[in-house]
Every structure is written in structure tokens, then in C-alpha cells.
Design a binder for this molecule. Structure first.
Ligand code: GDP
Length: 589
């Protein structure tokens, strides 16, 4: 054959029309070839690679699969700013600092229990008569060395930190229950840690349970490229029981070992920077913020800028609530004196004066305004447009309700609504007010927050405004479902219905200089209309689909022509017409 073995690249699937173009054959010819191979397809239909390969082989081509660049699956986050800043410090000034650890894992695998167990084994905390104030972070001592724990377990906090590009942890303790194994949130946690380039120590929890199966968990971990050290890999897997407080020391020693091999350093005399762990507005005390110092030494009286908040620190307390004068790298502290509530995950820095702080904050606020204007809002109202623009196929929701008793029916109702063409995806459903975490999660996942009989916290509302997150509060369930339903209906792509106007038979084919070939037809049914759509059949096969671009009766251009009349029909850039073809004229509504 003429194309003897010429290689052509074809994608996994291709429309007949495009395939015809590639091999420079007429689509009709191609359709016929397909038919002889037992494949019925019209010009606008798609065939898969294998089918395309067979048919192009008949023309002497050899089909080869188009190489599509593989998607990079593993997301690698940016190096957090504070790490970059430490990297920029004078190497000779760098000193070892306590590792900062965060605990992640699937729900009910024992994160909270483990945090409590770790805290209670610490002598120093015990001596102080227990923790007086919960500030979202604490430190424990192990063999004379400190370890800082971020006491904000769960994904929202972690996502939030990452979303801010300021992931503050040096090490992740991944809690996996020995009786349950690797679960979806375990996988997510691994992905998060990998993206943030943070090493993982596995706490194989609940080993006290009779149905604990450590080997199975190790197998699962190995499958996720976390090969346990006792299997020759380099992931520490430490069996623990948070409930019986067993194995905690081993776990902490493991953390220190990982810390030692990861060069965890900072310059205590360098520029003071760190991350906001949490912050809230206290009615009597003003803004209370927990800060994690990451470089330099924070001192009482310093002027701090945190996100778009600033202020002179009136007091610094350690995690036990004891006033301190100075806090070096990796120290969590509770501070007062900020003008505004910063967001968790915001980077903070010490500046020279309040004047300098104001300039920085003003600039940031201006930049945020510009950002907010350009950012696409995810609101219920906008969803339809997003769907039409092909930017959304489902509606992500975060649901908050006052009590579990109302949360359950809401979720059930919403799930029912999501059974249609546009899916409803409930990312998170929980009781309680709408907080910053919810907003961050919504922002990161383009979700809408639905609140039922709850309020949005002041700073959550502010952040929602900043991030362009839609918060909708309801007090009556059907009002809520009604709204969602409306949005979903609006979101549905308009259903296109074909309405046949008429049919005609091709009696003769003429050549007309203007249109190329013109079909001399007789209308057998209904009417033909200029500008409508037309489909040309040869026996039962569609050989052309397109616009009916010219319609003439005798020598006159006409808009339409009725049953029983004869007419001349021209198609845009299509000439392969034969007597005996049938023509169906239709419109799409
Ligand atoms: P989280 O959702 O990951 O924070 O899990 P929790 O710490 O709330 O623990 C979930 C459940 O597992 C609770 O009922 C705990 O008492 C129980 N649990 C946690 N650790 C252990 C453990 O080591 N052994 C046993 N038997 N139960 C545990």
C-alpha cells in the first residue's frame, strides 16, 4: 500500500473526523472501513486506539501510541519560608534546636491519646501540677533533650499550615492502629508529610489489643514506601500503647534519632521568625496567640508582625503559662499584645518599630485586596457559571451543625441531593461553630461552608472574606436543602434536545460554483430550514452532520421549504453527496 508502514502517533481515543484528517482520507471512506471491521461509527464519534490502529493499518499506516507525559503524582510543596531563612543564616552561627513534632493519623487511631500519654510521661509538666492552659503546643524532656509537640492533631490543622506554606514541623509521628492498619487518612497524612518533605516516625499504636496485627501494618507501610527499619528499610516503626502508656519512651528516643540525622538547627542570635500555631480573641485579655519560634530569640517587648496583625508583645508565657523573658528556636509561647487575630500558619517576624510594622501590614492588606479581587470566589451563586466554564463538576461542602442530632439528617438530605448529575461531596461534617480550620479547608478545597444553627467565629468570618469562601447559615433544614437544590439545578448543564423538522430525499447532485456540490432534493416529511442542523444518511449510516447552509427553491434563496416541494441544498464544505441519500433536518433546543 502507498503508506507502507508509515508510523502515525494516535492518542488513546480519537474522533473519526480527526482520524480521517490525520490519514488524509475522507471520513466516509473511513466509516466504511470501520463498518467492514464491524464497527458502526458516525463522523463525530470516538474510537479507541486499538480500533483506530486496525483501520489505519488498512491504509498501510502503523499506529503508535502517543506518548503522554505522565502526571506528576507526588505533590512536592515549596520549602517553607522559615526554612529558607534559616538556610540563609551564617552556618557558623547555627545551633541544634529541639525537633518540632506533629502527630497525624486516621481518626480513632489514637492521636489524642498519644499526645496525652506523651504529655503525662513528662516529669517537668507533672511537677508544674499539670497543664493550666492549653496553648496548642507543648514541650517534653527526654534524656535531657527537649522535643516540641504541636498539639493540634488532625488534618485541618496540618492542611492549614501547609496551605500557608509554613508547615512548622520537623518530624511527623504517624499513628497507625495495629488492629486497623493503613486507612484513607493514614494515606493522606503520608502524602502531606511527603509533600512537606518532613520525615515520618510511625507509632504503631494499640499493640495491647488482642487483635493487633503489627506485621500486617508493616506490610501495608512497606507498600507505601515506608519500609520498617527492622525489615531493612529506614522508617522507624515503634510499637506503642497510648492507653497503657507503653513504648512512649522508645517513641521519643526514635524521634530524637530521626532528629539527629536531619540536622535540625537554627540561629538563636539571628532574625526572629516563626509560625503562628493558633490565635483567638479573649474578651478581657485581647488577642492571645500561640507562636512557635523557629529562628532567633523572641523577647518580651519585641514588636511582631504576624500575617496582617502586629503589635508590641506585652507578655510572653511558656506553654505552662509561666511568664518568661526570652524564647529561643523551637519554643512554643503564648503571647499577648497583637492588634488583631492572626491566622494559624501565618509567619511572624520581629521588626524594629511599630512604625515599620504598620508599613508592612498596610502593604500586605493592600496586596490581599488585590488578590481577593482577582480570586475566583466559590459561592453557591457562582457555581453554575463554574460548571458551565467546565471548572466544577461537583459541589464540595463543609457542614457544621449545633448538635449531632441535626447533623445526621442534614448529611442524609444532602447526600440525597448529590445523587444527580452534579455530585455533592461532603468533605467534613462536624458539630460546633464555624472556625478558621473550616475556612482554610474550604479555601484549600474550593468548598462552601454550610452552618446549621451555628455561628461563624469572628476571625473565621474575616478569613472567609479574605479567602473568598462562601459561608451560609441556616436555621431551617428545608431552606438549606432548597438553596442547594436550586444551585444544583442551575448547575446542571442544559439538556439539549433534538427536534426533527423534516426529511428529504436526494434525487440528483448538481455542481454549483459557489457551493461545490448541491443536492437536488424532494422534501418527504415536514420542512427543511436554512440555518438548521442537518444529517445526511447513506442507507443507515450518517455520512455528514453539520449546518444546512444554503437552501434554494428553483433559483431563489428561501428560508424554509415544505413537504412535497423540491429544492437545492448545499452543505458547508461537504461534497460527497449521492442520489438516494436521505437528509434529516433538525434543530437543537
Ligand atoms: P484520635 O481520633 O486519633 O485522636 O483517637 P483517640 O486518641 O481519640 O482514640 C480513639 C479510641 O482508641 C479511644 O477510645 C481510645 O481510648 C482508644 N485508644 C487509643 N489508644 C489506644 C491504645 O493504645 N490501646 C487501646 N486498646 N485503645 C486505645
Amino acid at each position: 500500500m502507498s503508506n507502507n508502514g508509515t508510523k502515525i502517533e494516535l492518542p488513546a481515543s480519537i474522533v473519526i473526523r480527526d482520524l480521517a484528517q490525520i490519514i488524509e482520507k475522507s471520513p466516509i471512506d473511513l466509516i466504511k472501513k470501520l463498518m467492514t471491521n464491524g464497527v458502526m461509527a458516525t463522523i463525530n464519534q470516538t474510537v479507541d486506539f486499538d480500533t483506530a490502529a486496525i483501520v489505519v493499518a488498512e491504509y498501510g499506516f502503523e499506529a503508535v501510541a502517543e506518548i503522554v507525559e505522565e502526571e506528576v503524582k507526588e505533590e512536592v510543596g515549596e520549602v517553607p519560608l522559615w526554612r529558607q531563612m534559616i538556610a540563609g543564616e551564617d552556618k557558623s552561627q547555627l545551633k541544634a534546636r529541639p525537633p518540632v513534632v506533629t502527630i497525624l493519623g486516621h481518626v480513632d487511631h489514637g492521636k489524642t491519646s498519644l499526645l496525652d500519654a506523651i504529655r503525662s510521661t513528662d516529669v517537668a509538666a507533672g511537677e508544674a501540677g499539670g497543664i493550666t492552659q492549653h496553648i496548642g503546643a507543648y514541650q517534653v524532656e527526654m534524656k535531657g533533650r527537649l522535643i516540641s509537640f504541636l498539639d493540634t492533631p488532625g488534618h485541618a490543622a496540618f492542611t492549614q499550615m501547609r496551605a500557608r506554606g509554613a508547615q512548622g514541623a520537623d518530624i511527623v509521628i504517624l499513628v497507625v492502629a495495629a488492629d486497623d492498619g493503613v486507612m484513607p487518612q493514614t494515606r493522606e497524612a503520608i502524602a502531606h508529610a511527603k509533600a512537606a518533605r518532613v520525615p515520618i516516625v510511625v507509632a504503631l499504636n494499640k499493640v495491647d489489643k488482642p487483635n493487633a496485627n503489627p506485621d500486617r501494618v508493616k506490610q501495608q507501610l512497606a507498600e507505601m514506601e515506608l519500609v520498617p527499619d527492622d525489615w531493612g528499610g529506614n522508617t522507624m516503626v515503634v510499637p506503642v500503647s497510648a492507653k497503657l502508656k507503653k513504648g512512649i519512651d522508645d517513641l521519643l528516643e526514635g524521634v530524637l534519632l530521626v532528629a539527629d540525622s536531619n540536622d535540625i538547627k537554627a540561629n538563636p542570635a539571628g532574625k526572629v521568625i516563626g509560625t503562628v500555631i493558633e490565635a483567638e480573641l479573649d474578651k478581657s485579655k485581647g488577642v492571645l496567640a500561640t507562636l512557635l519560634v523557629q529562628n532567633g530569640t523572641l523577647e518580651a517587648g519585641d514588636v511582631v508582625v504576624a500575617g496582617t496583625a502586629y503589635g508590641k508583645l506585652r507578655a510572653i508565657n511558656d506553654f505552662k503559662g509561666k511568664p518568661i523573658k526570652k524564647a529561643g528556636p523551637s519554643t512554643p509561647v503564648a503571647v499577648m499584645g497583637l492588634s488583631d487575630v492572626p491566622s494559624a500558619g501565618d509567619l511572624f517576624e520581629v521588626v524594629k518599630s511599630e512604625k515599620e510594622a504598620r508599613v508592612i501590614v498596610t502593604e500586605r492588606l493592600d496586596a490581599l485586596k488585590v488578590q481577593a479581587q482577582s480570586r475566583k470566589k466559590v459561592s453557591l451563586e457562582d457555581l453554575f457559571a463554574n460548571v458551565q466554564a467546565g471548572e466544577a463538576k461537583e459541589l464540595n461542602l463543609i457542614v457544621k451543625a449545633d448538635v449531632q442530632g441535626s447533623l445526621d439528617p442534614i448529611v442524609t438530605e444532602l447526600n440525597k441531593l448529590g445523587e444527580g448529575e452534579i455530585g455533592l461531596n461532603i468533605l467534613h461534617a462536624e458539630t460546633g461553630n464555624i472556625g478558621n480550620n473550616d475556612v482554610m479547608l474550604a479555601s484549600a478545597s474550593k468548598a462552601i461552608i454550610i452552618g446549621f444553627n451555628v455561628q461563624a467565629d469572628v476571625d473565621a468570618r474575616r478569613m472567609a472574606e479574605k479567602e473568598g469562601v462562601d459561608i451560609r447559615l441556616y436555621e431551617i433544614i428545608y431552606r438549606m436543602t432548597e438553596d442547594i437544590e436550586k444551585a444544583l439545578n442551575g448547575m446542571l448543564e442544559p439538556k439539549l434536545v433534538e427536534k426533527v423538522l423534516g426529511k428529504a430525499q436526494v434525487l440528483q447532485v448538481f455542481s454549483a460554483s459557489k457551493f461545490g456540490k448541491v443536492a437536488g432534493c424532494k422534501v418527504t416529511d415536514g420542512e427543511l430550514r436554512r440555518g438548521a442542523k442537518v444529517r445526511l444518511y447513506r442507507s443507515s449510516d450518517i455520512i455528514y452532520e453539520g449546518d444546512l447552509s444554503s437552501l434554494r427553491h428553483e433559483k431563489d434563496d428561501v428560508k424554509e421549504i415544505r413537504q412535497g416541494y423540491e429544492c437545492g441544498v448545499g452543505f458547508k464544505s461537504f461534497n460527497n453527496i449521492e442520489p438516494g441519500d436521505t437528509l434529516v433536518c433538525y434543530i437543537v433546543e
